[in-house]
Design a protein. Sequence first.
Length: 342
Amino acid sequence: MSIRLPNGGTWQAGGADNQEAWRGGYADEAILDEFDDFPPTMVALVIEPMLADRDGTLIRSGTPKGRGLLQNAYDRARNSADYSTYLLDYSKTNALSSEAISRLRQEMSDEEFQQELACSFNAPNSGSYYGKLMSEAEEEQRICNVPHEPTLKVYTAWDLGIDDATAIWFAQVLRSGEWRIIDYHEASGEGFEYYAHVLRSKPYIYERHILPHDSQVRELGSGKSRTETLHSLGLKPTRVIRQHNVADGINAVRMVLPRAYFDAHKCQVGIRALRNYRREWNEHAQTWKSHPVHDFASHGADAFRYLALGIREDQRKPLAEPMWQSQYETPYGAANTNWMVA
């Protein structure tokens, strides 16, 4: 996977599936193709140290896959004098004939064509469960500044990781059916004491903590379930989601997203997870598998699925709702919204 050049230099190719294998080297230039598929920490922890010794050059390239790593890097670079940016769609490169373009338009959906040929960051990933709904939320200015309303209690919903990330959503729900997603937290390798401290440090009064069904399984070492551990740390009451069909949970999320507002700053990581949560492609059968890909997006998406199912169960009892007026600040300006008790 490498070529030794006559001047003694080396050109080497490889994958990003084992980022640790690249540690300790150095480079004059690194080209990271299909950058959206790279581990999120690889540039900062592995690639940049390789380039630093040689004052090397970093190139990120690829086909956009929604608003992921490539889009974030592209937006940062456009606002920095130290970087150059190029968005080269099919109309600029002239790499394909008009006949090939016409054939691809017939073979691809409009979303696929916009992503693959027009380099659109707004086109949802092919196979994305929620990409289109999240794009609609942005177009309707529902990804904005969503203030915490102190008179409304807060639901949390957890995806509990052991060897990988734990994700927590924070939501307030109005009787009118509107959902305010005010916060999100994700971390890896931390104990329950850490998450209890995170929740106590926030100015929220909690209605209920929604947990996955396996949180009631007793651990062999302590003899206690994770639900009981959270209770011992003062995190109660809880609702444990019954084991369910993932497709039913995904449908519950799809019902919620059209009436949800997301805080653009506090929920940035969780929003990215919802945008990138997608089905797995069966290359042999040339069709989509029935189950989602397990990757960085799974934790936030699974926690939001528990949120949708748990609050649906909890809405059998009345929810408090204040009479107030607020003004959301969106990336596109202010949007006045009136709230009142029906």
